[in-house]
Design a protein around this ligand. Structure first.
Ligand SMILES: [Zn+2]
Length: 856
């Protein structure tokens, strides 16, 4: 569609001549419960000034139809000025009033105003999600982050509903069958941050208050909502506890009172991402409402997201990036602050372990794709922006900020943040604005900060750090050096740890030296003369962002004793380093699995254990030499069963091993046990086979051809809920028959009304590791369809198709060649589409290299 992919150049030109005084947005969603109503009425009044009277510009709007457009009292013909994506505006005055009266579409893709019907009770729920540029699906606007304005929202909805928006309601008026919610004016915010949530949501309320320096009290009402049918699972108290801890923490550290008046947190169905930081009205995926037993890692993960979004109230909402190039200015900070506040302000003390082991794995993966980019990116249009919510912008950016805290000091870092908020409140910024304050507050100076920024923020790629140890005849270190490699050598603030065996066999740190490393080789003078340790850990304490490598003796120690490392963070770093070695083909995949088989059973940190399970499954499916796959699978499943039986009854570890057994079981013995657990004829003491675990078991059995459509229908009847429907769909698609595969494929390809969550259920059921031959024929069809799907579907659905159906299980030269052929034949395909295919291609090539390494 022309004009749909708004470019940076267009946005810059528009911001060059416009400033927006305010929006009034009226939405009427009274007809939402009747699915026959595909659209809702949206009337927007924008008051804006133009510095070049007589100039032309456009407003953004993605709507099926426009009833009327009025500019400065002059009626414009919608047929002439509206092309489906933009409203052309000519002959601007110095002061302008634009009124656009449109019919906008309810969404089923999670973009714009999403409509969901609850299968459990038939109730209808709405919520908006806009980032980066989907507010224009709901009201006419100037869709770019740097044209901030205050908003007055008015929403008419069914009488029994509640409506939430960025500001509190000023008044609710009633008329026959409906109520109209008049909201207070918001602070100046960007379009992508506006929000409306409407429906018969269940709500819990609380409040938070703090005394301000002038003696007055800041009172912030808190609300937390979820669908009515989830209310009995909703642990709002725990959510409010973390919320208040976070508000206290940020209030103190940022020294800028929470600016948005109230704090609602809405858990909504079929949500595309983890959560969104709409000021005063944060939206979360409702998987965070736990209806079955989950591990402590899931609670920690949710608390992290709560704090991440809260950090955005300052980094992102109060001060916003000018354009998507500087997306990191909010996402890297929020990601870093999520873990930082979790560790400092809540009971989740393992936050940095999770960060090192899990979050950074995402960054390392992304940073080795051919499509990687500097943390400050070059984002030409909103399609490119959509793809940059990635492992670089979030996890690498956060890791680099952790490094900045090590480099500039905690106080320098937070003082920089405080000045940044004071100087830029309700404004927009670029990289230079942040560096300016940090140059002063870090104590490192302007040039050092500029160099640091250049090395860390403006270049791509990851360095590997390797210890090089020489010892004398007595076994004493004569020299310990840290070698750095990578395309760009960087200054790293690191800690080097030496570990030795205690008499009882445990590995404990016996020395730690913190130093600046730069260049290809840095000698650690302080460690000369010490006895040669069992293990040298560079980047101990995880201060910097790098791939940790080992000298030969240290790697030998890990092979025999990884589980003996006492410190949880050090052990997590060792696990993470071994995973990187495996991905790089430097450690054979079966050697990595051997480490898992030997030591995973002793891993005390539940988050690390769950990451090991995911990585072991990945190593098995992609990196193990295919000739050895079956044997390795059996070993993993045997290990899972052994640990499941050994785990403390009712423990998180027990649940994690049960899930791992489900995803590795292929043997008759194991599958019969899974069936028995479902039927209640087999029991593991303390293991509750609750609804979510039941679905995990059903999906595993379905993939092995041991679940009929009738059985799955019966299970769905038992759990006819939103997630029950998704899981049943996934299980049906997982069955090893040509018909099941054809049905899953067709559901996505031939039906463009399939909602976002169901597209994912179909693709994840479709691709089963044990069914490589069955799904092989779809590879050719996939490449044929790529461009059509990209052109015809919304970007959210297209991304799910491209990633979900890529033939990643076909790890062979022919599939790699087919991918290369598509890339060669489609140089002009959309850049965002090419990026996704290039990344999948890179994973495939990596798998082939790792398999070769595993063959030896
Ligand atoms: Zn974020």
């Amino acid at each position: 569609m022309p004009g749909k992919n708004l470019s940076r150049d267009e946005a810059q030109a528009r911001a060059g001549i416009l400033s927006v005084d305010g929006y009034e947005v009226r939405l009427d969603v009274t007809g939402a419960p009747d699915l026959a109503n595909a659209t809702f009425r949206s009337t927007t009044t924008i008051r804006f000034s133009c510095s070049e009277p007589g100039a032309s510009t456009f407003a953004d709007l993605l709507a099926p139809s426009v009833r009327a457009v009025t500019l400065n009292g002059r009626a414009l013909d919608p047929a002439l000025v509206f092309d489906g994506a933009r409203v052309a505006l000519d002959e601007l005055a110095a002061e302008n009033v634009l009124v656009v009266d449109a019919d906008c579409a309810y969404s089923r893709t999670g973009e714009g105003l999403h409509r969901f019907t609850d299968p459990a009770d038939g109730e209808t729920y709405l919520y908006t999600h806009y980032e980066p540029a989907e507010a224009r699906r709901v009201f006419a606007n100037f869709e770019q982050p740097d044209l901030k304005a205050p908003y007055l929202f008015t929403v008419t909805a069914p009488a029994a509903w509640d409506v939430y928006a960025n500001a509190a309601e000023r008044e609710v008026t009633e008329q026959a069958g409906s109520r109209t919610w008049h909201f207070l004016e918001t602070k100046p915010i960007s379009t992508y941050l506006t929000a409306v949530v409407a429906g018969p949501y269940h709500v819990a309320r609380d409040h938070w208050s703090r005394e301000l320096p002038d003696g007055s009290t800041l009172e912030i009402p808190l609300a937390a909502t979820c669908r009515k049918s989830l209310a009995r699972y909703f642990d709002a108290e725990e959510i409010f506890t973390v919320t208040k801890q976070g508000l206290d923490f940020f209030h103190d550290e940022f020294d800028y009172p929470y600016p948005f008046g109230k704090y609602d947190q809405c858990f909504v169905p079929e949500y595309n991402i983890g959560a969104m930081e709409n000021p005063g009205c944060v939206t979360f995926r409702e998987d965070f409402v736990f209806r079955s037993k989950v591990t402590e890692a899931a609670y920690e993960g949710r608390a992290n997201v709560i704090l991440h979004e809260m950090a955005h109230m300052w980094f992102g909402d109060l001060v916003t990036m000018k354009w998507w190039d500087d997306l990191w200015l909010k996402e890297s900070f929020a990601d870093f602050m999520g873990s930082f506040a979790l560790r400092e302000a809540t009971k989740y003390q393992a936050a940095w372990v999770t960060f090192a082991n899990q979050r950074k794995a995402w960054a390392y993966r992304q940073d080795q794709y051919p499509t990687t980019h500097p943390i400050t990116a070059d984002i030409r249009d909103v399609e490119a922006a959509k793809l940059n919510f990635d492992g670089i912008t979030y996890a690498k950016g956060a890791a680099v900020l952790k490094q900045l805290v090590a480099y500039a000091g905690r106080e320098g870092f937070f003082e920089g943040a405080r000045r940044y908020f004071q100087q830029h409140a309700f404004g927009n910024t670029v990289l230079g604005d942040l560096l300016e304050v940090l140059a002063v507050t870090s104590g490192r100076g302007e040039q050092a900060m500029a160099d640091w920024s250049k090395a860390w923020l403006q270049t791509a790629g990851v360095n590997a750090l390797t210890p090089q140890v020489t010892v004398d005849a007595e076994g004493r270190i004569t020299e310990l050096a840290v070698l750095q490699d990578g395309a760009t050598l960087r200054p790293h603030r690191i800690a080097v740890g030496l570990y030795d065996r205690e008499p009882d066999g445990t590995l404990l740190r016996t020395a730690r030296v913190e130093l600046d490393v730069s260049g290809a080789r840095t000698v650690v003078e302080e460690l000369a003369g010490r006895p040669r340790p069992a293990l040298v850990l560079v980047n101990d304490d995880d201060l910097t962002y790098c791939k940790i490598r080992f000298d030969a003796d240290s790697l030998a120690t890990l092979r025999t004793s990884l589980g003996d490392i006492q410190d949880t963070l050090a052990r997590a770093l060792a696990w993470s380093a071994c995973w990187n070695l495996t991905r790089d083909g430097l450690l054979p995949a079966r050697d990595y699995l051997e480490l898992v088989l030997r030591f995973a059973g002793r891993e005390s940190d539940i988050g690390v254990l769950q990451t090991l399970h995911t990585q072991a499954k990945g190593a098995l499916e992609f990196f193990v030499d295919p000739g050895h796959r079956a044997r390795s699978a059996r070993q993993l499943a045997d290990c899972a069963l052994r640990e499941l039986r050994a785990a403390a009854p009712g423990s998180d570890h027990q649940l994690a091993w049960a899930r791992f057994l489900a995803i590795t079981a292929t043997d008759e013995e194991h599958l019969v046990l899974l069936e028995g657990l479902l039927a209640g004829t087999a029991r593991i003491d303390g293991l509750e086979v609750d609804q979510d675990l039941r679905w995990s078991l059903w999906i595993a059995l379905a993939a092995e051809g041991r679940a009929t459509a009738e059985q799955l229908a019966a299970e769905l009847q038992r759990d006819n809920t939103a997630s029950g429907n998704q899981k049943a769909t996934q299980a049906l698609a997982a069955r090893p028959t040509a018909e099941a595969k054809a049905a899953a494929w067709s559901a996505v390809v031939d039906d463009d009304s399939l909602p976002n969550a169901m597209v994912s259920a179909q693709t994840s059921g479709f691709a089963q590791a044990g069914q490589r031959e069955l799904i092989a024929p779809y590879a050719a069809r996939y490449f044929e369809l790529l461009e059509t799907i990209w052109a015809e579907r919304s970007i959210e659905i297209a991304i799910r198709f491209v990633g979900g159906f890529f033939p990643r299980l076909q790890t062979d030269d022919a599939t790699l060649a087919a991918t290369d052929a598509w890339l060669a034949d489609h140089p002009d395909a959309a850049a965002a589409l090419r990026r996704l295919v290039l990344e999948s291609r890179d994973e495939l090539a990596r798998a082939l290299r790792a398999q070769a390494a595993d063959r030896g």
